[in-house]
Design a protein around this ligand. Sequence first.
Ligand SMILES: Nc1ncnc2c1ncn2[C@@H]1O[C@H](COP(=O)(O)OP(=O)(O)OP(=O)(O)O)[C@@H](O)[C@H]1O
Ligand SMILES: [Mg+2]
Length: 349
Amino acid sequence: MAEIQLKNVSKRWGGFVGVDDFNLTIADREFLVLLGPSGCGKTTTMRMVAGLEDPSDGEILVDGKVINDLEPKDRDVAMVFQSYALYPNMNVYENIRFPLKVRGVDSSTHDAKVRRASGMVELDEFLHRKPAELSGGQRQRVALARAIVREPNVFLMDEPLSNLDAKLRVSTRAQIKNLSHELAVTTIYVTHDQIEAMTLADRVVIMKNGIVQQVGSPTDIYDTPANTFVASFIGNPAMNLIDGNVEGGVFRAQNTEVRGLNAKDGLITLGFRAEDANVVETGGEINAQIYTQELLGDSTMVSVRIGGALVSVKADKSYRGEIDDQVSLHIHSDHCHLFDAQTGARLKS
Ligand SMILES: Nc1ncnc2c1ncn2[C@@H]1O[C@H](COP(=O)(O)OP(=O)(O)OP(=O)(O)O)[C@@H](O)[C@H]1O
Ligand SMILES: [Mg+2]
């Protein structure tokens, strides 16, 4: 059992703020993903939970007990890093067994524990090999098995898939999801890959410049982004964002007129997702020339430029246009997201 709480946790180095007033309760057995661009404070947050970094302010609690002063080794956490950090001279079996030796776990139990962990990540055939004789994906799984063997209450994983190729990432991702379910431990997982976040997480925390932007389920974050940063970070392609002016419920921008909006008069940023719009014969809300077209197999992505911003719409897979063709795009006002033009914050509708 491990519920993790971060209360007003900050990390500063001199005048620089790496993590700013982080507040969150992570439920026992929850799979929490920290997501955000490079330098936003993900690793720092995780290292504070692990005890590798002291918070400048605030408290970290596990099951209601403050752990700020506990040494990393006394915290019941296992970490998996981006670099596997395997011992090159030990074979896979010894690498996986290593944490049991260090922690003085009864040696009569080692073999069963190592084999259980290696079985979970499908490494049984490779136990005698040295790390140098393994592929990147296999090494990554050794690192996972070495964390599993400890039977921790908390799993901390920092970009564990970033060294893998695209295909292996997808299969290892599936394995991690299944593992976390089977092991039923609280997991904090760091990534800057929004697809990884969406597929793995019970909840996602999106950070920018050390500040939490939104906490929510993948669906919450996708359907109701709290601001334009989140809207443009989640989804592939990112949400279309157009700056314009509202007057009497009608939004206008270059080549764009959307009626029936429930918004006050003034400047706003209007957002919509590529899949919530389509290409029509005529009479759409956006009328512009095709800037580019991409065949994706299951659909055709058609993009136009509105005031410098690229606006993409998912058309039927059979749709074919040409660059510079005049095209009409339809968006229903119900599918529009409205944001404050200055702050980027979502406007209540
Ligand atoms: N020891 C340190 N001293 C000063 N600044 C630091 C230190 N460690 C990290 N930082 C800064 O704190 C910020 C957050 O770093 P952090 O490693 O948490 O980012 P991250 O979100 O994990 O990024 P990435 O995706 O690149 O790994 C960065 O701007 C980084 O330069
Ligand atoms: Mg990092």
